[in-house]
Design a protein around this ligand. Structure first.
Ligand SMILES: *Cc1c(COP(=O)(O)O)cnc(C)c1O
Length: 236
């Protein structure tokens, strides 16, 4: 199957999930997760009208997208993987948004370097809601402290929340993970009503339909669009 065919299939499933839950497709953004994919596959997605891409490693994103960004100014590039402090400087200039903001030390580093940007760096706060890898703020209290800290940096523009549901066929567990993110969003809206918390980034290849039903604003889809990644499948 080609990228275009896979995309069509995904769009049909998003449309069905919207119908089931009374949602409007226009409220939901589709991000193509291009980690491990070469520039030829990225071009293929671009030709299908995709403008929003997600990468999980700073170095790989810089190698693939620095030149691409200049020739494709409409590109919107987000960081979705765990960010190391020593990569915060590059991240703050390369990405339009960092979705994986998961601890106070990273907020401090991003806030410092983002001050040099023309427009503020969008950030999403990542909440740990039950996925094995343990990334994300561990609970709502630490998330609220992170929000307050992020709002103190003029170079940062908090825009919402991100989570990864556990990788399991147990849909109840996946659903409760997404509901935990919605709950956290409601608390942030109450605590910081003058800020924007509208973006809920949740839903991947194996669980995006549940995410749509639970209120996702941004879906992050990789393997369902590019085909399964093989182990050690670096650049193809
Ligand atoms: C890899 C990744 C995705 C995409 O996963 P697929 O299962 O390939 O759709 C989404 N979000 C994050 C944070 C990822 O690391």
């Amino acid at each position: 199957m080609t990228f275009a065919e896979r995309l069509k299939g995904i769009e049909e499933r998003i449309a069905q999930a919207c119908l089931r839950s009374g949602r409007n497709r226009a409220e939901i953004r589709l991000m193509v997760v291009s980690k491990f994919q070469g520039i030829d596959r990225i071009e293929e997605a671009w030709e299908q009208g995709i403008r929003l891409f997600g990468e999980s490693r700073v170095q790989e994103a810089a190698e693939k997208f620095s030149g691409f960004k200049e020739t494709h100014p409409e590109l919107e590039l987000h960081m979705i993987g765990s960010l190391q402090r020593n990569k915060a400087k590059i991240a703050a200039s390369l990405f339009d948004c960092v979705q994986s903001v998961d601890r106070e030390s990273i907020i401090g580093e991003l806030g410092k370097y983002a001050a040099e940007r023309k427009a503020p760096l969008k950030v999403l706060l990542e909440l740990h809601t039950g996925e094995e890898s343990k990334t994300g703020f561990p609970d709502e209290e630490s998330l609220l402290r992170g929000a307050e800290q992020a709002l103190g940096f003029p170079g940062l523009a908090p825009a919402g929340l991100m989570t990864m549901a556990p990788y399991t066929g147990d849909t109840d567990q996946v659903r409760s993970s997404f509901r935990a993110l919605v709950h956290a969003q409601q608390r942030l809206k109450k605590e910081f009503p003058d800020s924007d918390w509208s973006c809920l980034s949740m839903g991947m290849s194996n669980d995006f339909e549940i995410a749509v039903e639970e209120g996702a604003a941004l879906l992050r889809i990789g393997s369902a669009l590019f085909g399964e990644r093989r182990q050690g499948d670096g650049q193809q």
